[in-house]
Design a protein around this ligand. Sequence first.
Ligand SMILES: [Zn+2]
Length: 82
Amino acid sequence: MPYRYRCRQCRAESPDEHPSRADAEADQEAHRDDEHGGLAPLAGDSVDRVHAEARGHRLLPRHTGLAALVMLALVLASCWGR
Ligand SMILES: [Zn+2]
């Protein structure tokens, strides 16, 4: 799962997703040096995992998992009564 650096104070994020946390942390260090004089921004910053959902690559439509669970429960309930 890729990683991305975000600075809440600047309301900015690194343009690229990185395959490793260490690469995103390099973005963090560069941003802190360039924009904040090497200091941590007061409003905070973080290296976050980028979920597939957040990237807009949804494998299944929303609520598919819940619908599948409900169907499974109904099938089990009908089998239980026999
Ligand atoms: Zn910043």
